[in-house]
Design a protein around this ligand. Sequence first.
Ligand code: SAM
Length: 211
Amino acid sequence: MSLASDARFWDRSSRKYARGAIADQAGYERTLQRTRALLGPGDRVLELGCGTGTTALVLASGVQSYLATDISAGMIAIAEEKHAAAPAPSLVFRIATAEALLPDAAKFNAVLGFNYLHLVRDLPGTLRRVHALLAAEGLLISKTPCVGEMNPLIRLALPVMRALGLAPHAGVFRVSALTRQISAAGFEILAVENHATKGDDNRPYIVARKT
Ligand SMILES: C[S@@+](CC[C@H](N)C(=O)[O-])C[C@H]1O[C@@H](n2cnc3c(N)ncnc32)[C@H](O)[C@@H]1O
C-alpha cells in the first residue's frame, strides 16, 4: 500500500463523498466559526486534504490567500467545479500532499487539516513538514478522528475493510497521543475542543502554535 493507492481510493470515492451530507451540520458550523475567528485578512492559509473544497470555499473570502490541496485528483476536480460556480479570487486548488510542498520564504500563517491527519502514513514526518511550511508563530488547526478512542469493534473491522478496498489507510491513535505528537513536532497546544453537537466526539478540534 502506498500514497498512490491512497490517491486511487479517494479518487474512487470522490463523487460519493461529494454527494454525502455533513453528519453534524451544527458541529461543522461551530468549527467554521471558530476557525474564521483565528484567521485574519492578511493571512496566507494552506489546507491539506481539502477534499471537494467545501471548507475552503467558505473560509477563503476572509484571508489574503488560500491554497487548498489534496492527494486526490478526483477530489480536486470536484472542488474546481464548485469553485467555477462560485469564484473566490483568493482561492487556489492544487493536487498535492504536505510532503510535496516545498517550504519557501513566503510561509503560511495557518495550516488547516480537517479529517486529514489520521489518514497520513507518517504522522511525525507530516507534522514536521507542516512545521516547516509555517511562518513563525503560525497555527496548525486540525479536526480529525482519533480512531483509538472509538469502539474497539471499529478498530477490528478497519483492517478487514481496508483489505477489501472499502476503507482508506487510517492511523489508530488516541487524543493524548495526537497532541503529544503535535507537541513533539515543535508546537505549543493552544486548545483542544469538542465541537460535536450529537453522538460521541472522537474528533478533537486542536489549535497549536509553531514554537
Ligand atoms: C475524509 S476526506 C476529508 C475532506 C475534507 N477535509 C472534509 O473534511 O470534508 C479526506 C481527504 O484527505 C485526502 N487525503 C488522504 N490522504 C492524504 C494525504 N496523504 N495527503 C493529502 N491528502 C490526503 C483524501 O483524498 C480526502 O480528500
